[in-house]
Design a protein around this ligand. Structure first.
Ligand code: UD1
Length: 421
């Protein structure tokens, strides 16, 4: 069923919006349940399509996953023996994050077959570092008819130095190391809050992971892990998107049940752009104070400015009072939103990893199309600020990562509706 979002722009957003759980924490944690034995109960799981895909993948492997109950934010899994050790092409194709089942399956069952992810809208995204690390831990890895075939009777701890702090790679290695023999040390590990949440889950289950959130993570292998109850951290990218929705519409929005500490770089940038920002332990309020000042960003691994908020920042800057430069260093092709924003009257030129944005006084509503999750969010932001109607198609990309976006925005005063095409 094709659906569209129809936004009548020009309303200042105001009020309070609740943050959902972090999709990018819930996905690896769901995959990590494969390492455990017995029941786990995950709370604060976001109700988004990517989570449904992971649910489907776990079911395909033979994991008993609860069907969505009254509270769709709770998922229970019961891990017995897996009936299939293969993540099929059809599921990995829809969601690259499926590759985080590789480490857990290999560590627990000694074998894993995972469809090799192909290219995607935002860049090549190879997984060479995941595979090299697993090989260093004793796995044999072959590519067979588009599948990664990994085997290891017993993984052994190793010293792994990553060329780049890959998020999914760090997650796969940490998971694999929990049941390996001996100690694994990961240098240049990713430091994202989602890594810390994964480590917290694993440690509650009996693993010995230390240093998560720093450049060096150490994992001492243990014999087994048990099921536990764990609550997923708030989604910093969703929270940041609503903060930017306040900023671009000249509004004032409180984003509650979030962790402002995870949003240091974006909040700093909002201040530079002239917004007022107030934070408490678990909420933040952003208030626009007139036209935004032009402020450039460069995306970096955490704690730098996140690539997953690049498109939204770029949308914000299309209305700033001057020119700014948005540099994308994490992915090589993440500017698909630029062409769509241009259709709305934005002035942007792209040169390699750099977009030069010259602020205009107003954006015009137009029919536009989503290409990936965050590019879509930037079109929603632009539509909220534009004159007249913006019709956004291919919104399944938004639904992959944003829970009920139109309901949350409507509660803040936006004129936004979902229609069947
Ligand atoms: C995760 C997030 C994604 C976010 C990204 C960067 C999830 C489910 N997804 O993706 O939303 O945008 O982190 O914060 O958590 N690379 C290699 N070889 C590898 C692994 C990565 O060259 O073996 C490159 C990638 O092509 C990319 C860069 O490293 O250019 C960062 O990728 P990575 O951190 O692995 O991102 P993901 O884990 O895929």
């Amino acid at each position: 069923m094709m659906e569209k979002l129809i936004i009548k722009g020009g309303r200042r957003l105001s009020g309070t919006v609740l943050t959902s759980g972090a999709k990018n924490a819930a996905l690896p944690i769901l995959a990590a349940t494969i390492l455990t034995e017995g029941k786990s109960r995950l709370l604060n799981v976001p109700d988004v399509v990517d989570i449904d895909s992971m649910r489907k993948l776990l079911s395909t492997l033979g994991v008993a996953v609860s069907s969505p109950g009254e509270d769709r934010h709770i998922i229970e899994v019961n891990i017995g023996a897996l009936s299939r050790l293969e993540a099929p092409y059809d599921l990995v194709r829809k969601m690259r994050a499926s590759v985080v089942v590789l480490g857990p399956m290999l560590a627990r069952y000694g074998r894993a077959r995972v469809s090799m992810p192909g290219g995607c809208a935002i860049g090549e995204r190879p997984i060479d570092m995941h595979l090299a690390a697993l090989a260093k831990m004793g796995a044999t890895i072959e590519i067979d008819h588009g599948y990664i075939e990994a085997r290891a009777r017993q993984l052994v701890g190793a010293r792994i130095s990553l060329d780049y702090p890959t998020v999914g790679g760090t997650e796969n290695i940490i998971c694999a190391a929990t049941l390996a023999k001996g100690t694994t040390v990961i240098d240049n590990a990713a430091r994202e809050p989602e890594i810390v949440d994964l480590a917290d889950f694993l440690n509650a289950a009996g693993a010995r992971v230390s240093g998560a959130g720093t450049h060096q993570v150490t994992v001492d292998g243990v014999d087994g892990l048990t099921g536990v109850e764990h609550s997923i951290i708030p989604d910093r990218i969703e929270a940041g998107t609503y903060a930017l929705a306040a900023a671009i519409t000249g509004g004032e929005v409180t984003v509650s049940r979030c962790n402002p500490g995870d949003l240091g770089a974006p909040l700093e940038k909002l201040l530079e752009a002239g917004c007022e920002v107030e934070t408490s332990e678990d909420s933040l309020t952003v208030k626009a104070t007139g036209r935004a000042r032009p402020v450039g960003i460069t995306t970096q691994p955490y704690p730098g400015y996140p690539t997953d908020l690049q498109a939204q920042w770029l949308a914000f800057m299309t209305l700033a009072d001057g020119s700014s430069i948005v540099r994308e260093t994490v992915f090589e092709r993440r500017f698909a939103h630029v062409q769509e924003l241009r259709r709305m009257g934005a002035k942007i030129t792209v040169d390699g990893d750099m977009a030069v944005v010259t602020g205009v006084e107003r954006l015009q509503g137009a029919p536009v199309m989503c290409t990936d999750i965050r590019a879509s969010a930037s079109l929603v932001l632009a539509g909220l600020a534009a004159e007249n109607s913006t019709v956004i198609s291919r919104i399944y990309h938004i639904d992959r990562g944003y829970e009920r976006i139109e309901e949350k925005l409507r509660a803040l005063g936006a004129d936004i509706a979902r229609k069947r095409a």
